[in-house]
Design a protein around this ligand. Structure first.
Ligand code: HEC
Length: 103
């Protein structure tokens, strides 16, 4: 009797990982951050460059801001509060805030 050769096809398993490597600005676009923010000028919310300048060198800023992106909040930049961004997971909020703080 001839041996049976089994070929295992694993190609499909790699496809799911590709989406995670995307540019954070694409994530910001997908999560609608640019509906209220721009990198270099105030829209409804502050310019991301101004946010980066305000929190430069502050330890704990990333955690604080990531929580605020998910939960929403106001009182820092003026009259308007940011509504909760419930489409953003805590992990995504950290990716976004890290990117904001690098502007
Ligand atoms: C509906 C409008 C709106 C959307 C959508 C929005 N923001 Fe905001 N954002 C604001 C406003 C208004 C403020 C100012 C809040 C304040 O004064 O405390 C703000 C503030 C911020 C701050 C600074 C917070 C602070 O305490 O200094 C960060 C960081 C931020 N937004 C990130 C994001 C990210 C990332 C997204 C996308 C997931 C997003 N925002 C979506 C309106 C928005």
């Amino acid at each position: 009797m001839k041996p049976v050769l089994l070929l295992t096809l694993v190609t499909g398993l790699f496809a799911a990982q590709a989406a995670l490597a995307a540019d954070p600005s694409d994530l910001a676009k997908a999560k609608n951050c640019f509906g209220c923010h721009s990198v270099d000028h105030k829209v409804v919310g502050p310019a991301f460059k101004d946010v980066a300048a305000k929190y430069a060198g502050q330890s704990g800023a990333e955690n604080k801001l990531a929580n605020k992106v998910v939960a929403g909040g106001g009182g820092v930049w003026g009259g308007m509060a940011m509504p909760p961004n419930t489409q953003v997971t805590p992990a995504e909020a950290h990716v976004l805030v890290k990117w904001v703080l690098s502007q």
